[in-house]
Design a protein around this ligand. Structure first.
Ligand code: FES
Length: 154
């Protein structure tokens, strides 16, 4: 689906801008909103580029930089922090050899921090794309990453 079709699906309404931006981001295999697509969206919806980038940059789930196929978001809010989020972050960072905001050289993973994922009862928690994982340990992290790599044949 192209940008024009996405806008059409939402009837070109400005109040649907966030959903439109989500779908545009999902369009790209590198999980980001390209400058080109922002210009196209601006023209179709008659919204200034600065308004679109201003709106998108307010939300951490949007990126203007190419990212990995799998976005790993580690919850850094207090309940997860207390339950060892830092250890989980380090385990992922060590396993993937990347730091916050970086993408693995094979383009598979990007590591990010996020605020509460709404599943504090199973802290520490992470989210990989649309899937949430709780009760995490460094060991479990290795298993999850190994499973994704296996599915991807890497
Ligand atoms: S604080 Fe981590 S899920 Fe709520």
């Amino acid at each position: 689906m192209k940008v024009r079709e996405i806008v059409k699906k939402y009837k070109g309404k400005r109040e649907n801008l966030l959903q439109i931006l989500h779908e545009i981001q999902d369009l790209d295999a590198q999980n980001y909103i390209s400058q080109e697509n922002i210009f196209i969206l601006s023209e179709i919806m008659n919204i200034p580029v600065s308004d679109i980038t201003g709106t998108a940059s307010f939300y951490s789930m949007f990126s203007f930089q190419p990212r990995g196929k799998y976005i790993i978001r580690v919850c850094a809010s207090p309940p997860c922090h207390i339950m060892g989020a830092e250890t989980i972050f380090e385990a992922i960072s060590k396993e993937l050899k990347i730091n916050k905001g970086e993408t693995t050289s094979d383009g598979l993973f990007t590591l990010e921090e996020t605020s509460c994922l709404g599943i504090c009862a199973v802290a520490p928690a992470i989210m990989i794309n649309d899937t949430v994982y709780g009760y995490l340990t460094a060991e479990r992290i290795k298993e999850i990453i190994a499973q994704i790599r296996e599915e991807e044949g890497k």
